[in-house]
Ligand binder design. Structure first.
Ligand code: MG
Length: 259
């Protein structure tokens, strides 16, 4: 875990964050029935290059692509492939970028065309849980406050809250201490302080919380085949307050009043 002290360090992470936001925007726009996740991966690589960034995921422990594309019952770490997307698919896209050694990491989930109402609810509630977790972030708050806020949303809907995969610190590495679980007790765990940056990333399943890893050793699916959603942002505790570094630029202006 690094403690970020200099404004220029935050600015590098913010540049990486803007690149990740641009990837999500481009990929979401391109994800139509008939398009493959391999094509989305190519788009993501181009966008990162345009932003002067290097992908965090490519070759990370041997991961073979720029983004993770996780359709339907795939929770996380799906590998882009040549299977065309279909109307009604749910797709989660996880992307990470490095700008001058600093990382940012975020995920979105969306429907390809129209999805079933209960799936729409799952996607929206997982995003809501992420924002509830982000709202709990402030100097002096604890990791358990984030987990409790995320879990409260998942429990309210009776979703399976994935436990094996969790949020994390971020900085000079994509994954740093501390772990940031999507469940927990308010008031417990490490205290947050200025200079930290963490990724908050709830994964909720329509069925049980149980998972399994495919033979490719990457693809994580729900054990019961139910649909899954995943949202993530990189959040930094800066001297000017809490910044969501991977939010879309227009949303960042709303979040902390700058342009
Ligand atoms: Mg992450």
């Amino acid at each position: 875990m690094i403690t970020i002290k200099k404004p220029e360090q935050f600015e590098r992470m913010a540049r990486a964050g803007l690149a990740v936001a641009a990837v999500h925007r481009a990929v979401r726009r391109a994800a139509k029935p008939g398009v493959t996740t391999h094509q989305l991966d190519t788009i993501a690589a181009e966008v990162l290059k345009e932003h002067g960034c290097v992908p965090s995921f490519l070759n990370y422990h041997g991961f073979p692509a720029t983004i993770c594309t996780s359709p339907n019952d795939v929770i996380v770490h799906g590998i882009p492939n040549d299977v065309p997307l279909e109307e009604g698919d749910v797709l989660s896209v996880d992307a990470g970028a490095i700008f001058e050694r600093y990382h940012a990491d975020a995920a979105i989930t969306f429907g390809v065309g129209v999805v079933a109402p209960e799936v729409r609810q799952l996607i929206d509630s997982t995003e809501e849980a992420m924002w509830a977790g982000i709202k709990a972030v402030e100097p002096g708050a604890r990791i358990g406050d984030i987990g409790a806020a995320v879990q409260a949303v998942g429990d309210r809907h009776g979703y399976g809250i994935v436990q094996e995969y969790v949020g994390h610190g971020i900085g000079l590495n994509m994954h740093e201490k501390p772990n940031v679980p999507n469940f927990g007790r308010a008031g417990s765990g490490m205290k947050l302080r200025e200079g930290m940056a963490i990724c908050i990333e709830p994964m909720f399943n329509l069925g049980t919380h149980e998972t399994f890893v495919e033979e490719d050793q990457w693809t994580v699916r729900t054990a019961d085949g139910s649909m899954s959603a995943h949202w993530e942002h990189t959040v930094a505790l800066t001297p000017d307050g809490v910044r969501v570094l991977t939010a879309q630029p227009e949303l960042q202006a709303d979040l902390w009043g700058t342009g």
